[in-house]
Design a binder for this molecule. Structure first.
Ligand SMILES: Nc1ncnc2c1ncn2[C@@H]1O[C@H](COP(=O)(O)OP(=O)(O)OP(=O)(O)O)[C@@H](O)[C@H]1O
Ligand SMILES: [Mg+2]
Length: 333
């Protein structure tokens, strides 16, 4: 039994602990809903992360030397005709657009690949935020973070998601990758995997009366992890998705979580063939410090610089330093 006798030092301490415990209990009760939602997010995220890291086995930050040795993606895929470029788009990420001669061809499908925490989500939110300034309609589909979290990230960078939402320029939608995968698997099983999937049925997460100019899908990796009946079903779906984006002429940014030193840039490898462009974000280890870097690995139909350059995540978002070549600078030392 605890001695709570009034006046003793120990009694006072116990009283204090009881008070503090009560205070904490109150605090938790008041914030229960928020904690619950964030905890649910966390558990789901960990599940996806586990599946991704199991696939990649080695999880470590690459050294510059390792990056130099990693393979390049295949540039071309057969069968996709080159269309004349209708317009050139800017990402609005300071410094990044300087890596491009004219911009990104409108209607391209861009894979945004990189390791955990390399800035993929911020890069995509930033380019949508920029596009809305020119009146473009933007859609962010998240299989990972909640709408609330994503809006909070935007507010951290002084962007105003609520006003963009009200003006009909930005929609952030949280979709359930597991439900989506289940319904696609069911459809394909019914069709014995031979028929083309009815796009309307599997793209239920795209709002009916919203015709976006730019779409972000965060992430293909979370979606792939939700498929349980093998890679083939996911691959069929992905092909349909790319075809659909091409048909509606939307410019898409498809996030792909890779190991820190990617040997491939997507879950199955098929995504990087289907994509018109691949942007890679890095967390590079230099001694005991990690530095961010970015690279345009490929971009069909567009001239661009082929260098890995320094990047920083600041309070205003991502800033790219196109003149600060990571390798060049190191080699000089
Ligand atoms: N306001 C800020 N200022 C500076 N750095 C920030 C700020 N906000 C976030 N960061 C950095 O950005 C990183 C996360 O970026 P982001 O969420 O875009 O990464 P990600 O590649 O999408 O990660 P994940 O694979 O976990 O989804 C954080 O780890 C942090 O280092
Ligand atoms: Mg992210």
């Amino acid at each position: 039994m605890v001695n709570k006798k009034k006046g003793t030092l120990f009694g006072k301490l116990v009283k204090r602990v009881e008070k503090d415990t009560e205070f904490l209990a109150d605090l938790f009760r008041n914030r229960e809903d928020r904690f619950k939602e964030e905890y649910k997010d966390y558990v789901k995220r960990k599940k996806v992360e586990r599946r991704v890291s199991e696939k990649h086995k080695v999880k470590h930050y690459p050294t510059v030397g390792e990056i130099k040795k990693r393979p390049k993606p295949v540039e071309k895929i057969g069968g996709k005709e080159e269309k004349p470029v209708e317009a050139w788009l800017k990402t609005g990420v300071p410094g990044f657009d300087d890596l491009l001669e004219k911009g990104i061809p409108k209607g391209s499908a861009i894979l945004v690949a990189g390791g955990a925490g390399s800035g993929k989500t911020i890069f995509c939110l930033q380019t949508l935020n920029y596009a809305t300034r020119n009146g473009e309609k933007c859609l962010y589909i998240s299989f990972e973070e909640s709408e609330r979290n994503l809006k909070r990230h935007m507010q951290d960078f002084s962007w105003n998601p609520d006003s963009l939402d009200k003006r009909g320029l930005l929609k952030i939608i949280r979709a359930d990758a597991f439900n989506l995968a289940r319904s696609i698997e069911a459809l394909l099983a019914k069709a014995k995997g031979e028929l083309e999937i009815e796009l309307n049925e599997v793209l239920g997460f795209i709002p009916k009366n919203f015709k976006p100019d730019r779409i972000v899908l965060d992430s293909l990796s979370a979606l792939a992890a939700a498929f349980t009946k093998g890679e083939e079903t996911y691959r069929i779906y992905i092909e349909q998705l790319f075809r659909y984006f091409e048909k509606i002429g939307v410019t898409s940014f498809l996030i792909s979580e890779t190991e820190q030193l990617p040997t491939r840039f997507s879950e199955t490898g098929v995504e990087e063939f289907l994509a018109d462009g691949v942007i890679v974000l890095y967390n590079i280890r230099r001694g005991h410090i990690r530095e961010n870097a970015i690279e345009i690995l490929k971009l069909r139909g567009a001239k661009h610089q082929k260098r890995i350059v320094a990047m920083q995540i600041t309070d205003k978002g991502i800033v790219v330093y196109p003149e600060q070549e990571i390798f060049g600078e190191l080699e000089e030392k």
